[in-house]
Design a protein. Structure first.
Length: 121
């Protein structure tokens, strides 16, 4: 998180872990992906975690409880990276399907697809 209190990591074991940056203690383990987690992002306040996976999905969860808020599906290949807007309203994802997608983080609605790359983004 940008406030420096939490760190997120994604793993080949399909989990996302939220860590306390001052103690190194794992605060929460987020489950639900069915393949390696390739990218993670935290909201500015560290309360929301976003993850992208080889399973072609993006998951948005509450970082403190693990509660799933949204699963974003639409990429046709693995998700390489995810980012959360500063205000927490949008998620941006890029994929090996050569697209960048912008999503409404609250509703899960796909807002825009950017295409034009010849290979993964």
């Amino acid at each position: 998180s940008t406030n420096g209190q939490r760190v997120a990591s994604g793993s080949a074991d399909t989990t996302v872990r939220i860590w306390d940056a001052s103690t190194g203690e794992c605060c929460q383990e987020l489950q639900g992906h069915t393949a390696r987690v390739c990218s993670v992002a935290l909201s500015v306040d560290g309360k929301v975690g976003v993850s992208g996976s080889l399973d072609k999905t993006i998951r948005i969860c509450k970082a403190d409880t693990g509660e799933l808020l949204q699963t974003l599906a639409g990429h046709t290949d693995w998700v390489r990276s995810v980012a959360l807007s500063r205000d927490g309203q949008m998620v941006v994802s890029s994929s090996d399907d050569a697209s960048v997608r912008i999503w409404n983080a609250t509703t899960g609605e796909l807002l825009l697809t950017l295409e034009g790359h010849q290979s993964g983004v």
